[in-house]
Design a protein around this ligand. Structure first.
Ligand code: HAM
Length: 427
């Protein structure tokens, strides 16, 4: 039996691999442009980081973590998300010592043992940001705006920002009481009753119709905000309105992680069925303190790269168009290999993406090869070309072909064929 990839783990093989990488890079670009600094984090951490940081009432921690004991008897878990690890690292490396706020971004794979289906994977990729140590509605708006711009950048339009406030530490306990008392009067199974005790907010997220039916009149956090939290929330919304970033109020929004306070949001796409959350995030007032660090608040998001990629497909966005065009350099006949080899290196040194395919048997088989590689341009080196110190440039789509002096090739490609854009080069 041949060995297969593990269940629920997506792969992006060529040509999808480059499309996926493009989506991931584009999602990170707004944060980079906003001065966020890159952090590379471990792929596994102490289990306690997640039980403490994310919360034991969450599915992510209680049902979906990949935990293991290492050879030194340490209890470890593959990272299910990035925020807890970022905060751990900020504390451990004392990154707050040179002043606040700290703005960082990360990208990579996360692991959740969910029931796999389209858009719900056991290995998922995120681009995330965290802005730690500053409390200002403008910063909350910045984070939301960076997520919005990220999705717009890859061409997505059919998504909305769902926004709410989950209140602060002074109002949350009161709301919790009100909600618990409401829930205690409902007809709930014992498992759900247990959840009420651990975190009643989580029950609002129960998707079962028999539960949802009972929750129609449930009290909502947004109606129990302190004056301060309410004002803060209004101010965040004002910034977004001023910036022309559309959002909808989502007073029933519940996130899958327990650390959120105040500003909380999700990016929801309409073309993905049940797995519609393409990104989400919010503020966390207590996380840093609870993990032993300074008692400062932070805010961030995680954007789902796999789902963003699926959303592009759902919206019919042709990512291939946005990728740098590829060139194939073909030597026709073995004798011209050294000439072609040198040319390929020169082109690459000038930033062009060039796949050098050595000694095609003849022109026809060379062009067939170029087709197979989805090349936009073939650069041909045959007897005629070498004799004239030249190369031929062939547009694969139209078949148009011109011969240019080898010394002019780079200029030709830069000026004539790119029409002023750098589409032929890797960014
Ligand atoms: P999250 O909502 O759990 O938040 O995940 C963020 C995004 O990752 C989701 O909106 C979704 O697009 C994607 N995602 C999550 N699980 C899966 C899955 N099984 N398959 C495919 N995609 C998935 C967090 O992880 C927080 N750390 C975000 C954050 C940062 N909050 C504050 N700072």
């Amino acid at each position: 039996m041949t060995i297969q990839a593990p269940k629920g783990v997506p792969e992006y093989v060529p040509p999808q691999g480059d499309e996926f990488r493009y989506v991931r890079d584009q999602l990170a670009t707004p944060a980079i442009l906003a001065g966020y600094k890159y952090i590379e984090l471990p792929y596994f951490e102490d289990v306690a980081l997640y039980t403490k940081g994310i919360g034991e009432s969450t599915d992510v921690v209680s049902k979906e973590m990949y935990t293991f004991t290492d050879r030194g008897d340490r209890q470890l878990a593959l990272r299910p998300e990035g925020t807890a690890g970022v905060i751990r690292s900020v504390i451990e490396n004392n990154l707050t010592q040179n002043g606040l706020p700290i703005k960082i971004w990360y990208a990579g794979a996360f692991f959740r043992a969910e029931r796999p289906q389209k858009g719900r994977y056991r290995q998922l990729q995120q681009v995330g940001i965290e802005a730690i140590g500053a409390e200002s509605p403008a910063l909350d708006a910045e984070v939301i705006a960076l997520g919005y711009e990220a999705f717009r950048r890859i061409g997505l339009t059919k998504f909305e920002i769902q926004l709410t406030s989950l209140g602060d530490s002074t109002t949350r306990p009161h709301y919790r009481e009100v909600l618990t008392s409401f829930l205690s009067k409902l007809d709930l199974d014992s498992e759900t009753q247990e959840r009420v005790k651990l975190n009643p907010l989580r029950v609002l997220d129960d998707k079962r119709p028999e539960i949802q039916k009972q929750l129609v009149d449930a009290p909502l956090m947004i109606n129990y905000l302190s004056d301060e939290s309410k004002q803060y929330h209004e101010s965040v919304k004002h910034y977004l309105l001023e910036a022309g970033i559309p959002f909808v109020d989502a007073p029933r929004l519940v996130r899958g992680l327990d650390y959120y306070t105040r500003t909380t949001f999700e990016f929801v796409h309409s073309g993905l069925g049940a797995q519609s959350g393409i990104g989400g995030g919010g503020r966390y007032d207590q996380l840093m303190g609870s993990l032993g660090g300074k008692d400062v608040s932070g805010i961030g998001f995680g954007l789902g790269v796999d789902r963003a990629y699926l959303a592009c497909e759902a919206e019919g966005i042709d990512i291939r168009q946005a990728l740098p065009k590829s060139m194939v350099l073909l030597s026709i006949g073995e004798t011209h290999d050294p000439y072609a080899f040198k040319l390929a290196q020169e082109l690459r040194a000038n930033g062009f993406i060039v796949d050098y395919q050595a000694h095609a048997k003849n022109l026809k088989s060379g062009l067939k090869n170029a087709d197979r590689l989805h090349a936009a341009i073939a650069i041909l080196v045959g007897d005629d070309e070498v004799a004239a110190n030249s190369v031929s440039i062939r547009m694969m789509d139209s078949g148009e072909q011109i011969m240019v002096l080898a010394t002019n090739l780079i200029l030709e490609l830069s000026n004539r064929l790119t029409l002023g854009s750098n589409m032929w080069k890797e960014a």
